[in-house]
Design a protein. Sequence first.
Length: 236
Amino acid sequence: WGKTGHRVVGEIAENYLSKKAEKEISKLLNGHSLAFVANYGDDIKSDRQYDSYRPWHYVNFPFGEKYEMHSKSEKGDIIQGIEKCISVLKDANSTKEDKIFHLKMLVHFMGDLHQPLHIGLEDDKGGNDFQVRWFSDGTNLHTVWDYKMIDFYEMSYTELAANTDVLTKEQVEMIKKGGVLDWMYESRALCEDIYKNTEIGEKLGYAYMYKYMDTLRFQLQKGGIRLAEVLNETFS
Ligand code: ADE
Ligand code: ZN
Ligand code: ZN
C-alpha cells in the first residue's frame, strides 16, 4: 500500500488492541500511534543499509500453486518477515532497539499482506510491470492497488478508517480466525481474480474503482483487525 493505506491499517488496529498490548506498544513507540509508524518499512527503503529487507514486503509464486511447494527464498519474503518480527518481539533477550524496529516493520508488513498484488507473480513483479492507464495517466496495476484508488477519494486516513463496515462480534471473530498463511492465501485469491478482470494496457477508471473499492476497503479493515490480533498474541 501507499502511505494512506498503511495508516488506515494501523488506525483500525488501535480499536482492537488488548490493554496489555496497548501498554507494551506505547512503551516501545514512546506514545506514537500505529498509524504514525506504519510507513517506516517503506521510508527506510532509500537507505542502502536496509536493502536486505526489501523482499520482506511481498511474496511471488505462480497462480494455482501453493506457497509451501516452493523452497523458502533465502532473501526472505513477507511470510518469513512477519514471522521474524514476531519472534524478535517475543524474545526476552531482544534489545529494546531491536523490538522497536521489528514492531514498526510488523505493522507495515501486516498491511502489505492484505494488498492482493503483494501476493503476486514474479514475471511482472507483482503487477509493477503490468502497464495500465488510470483515467488518462499511464501507470501500472500494482500502483493502482497501492494508492491510485485510495487517493481518488481524497480522504484522510482517519476518515477512511472510520468508513469501514460495521461488523458484528461474530464477523470480527471470523476475520481473526486462521493465521498469516491463511490470510496470505486470501490475498492470493483476490490477486487471481484481479488478473482475470484486468487486461494489459486497459484504461481503468471509475467503473474499476466501483467494482473493487469495497474489496479494497475490506482488505484494509481485515489488515487492521488481524494486525491487532497478532500484536495481542505477541504481547500476551
Ligand atoms: N517487487 C517484486 N515483486 C513485488 C510484489 N509482489 N510486490 C511489491 N514489490 C515487488
Ligand atoms: Zn505495493
Ligand atoms: Zn511495503
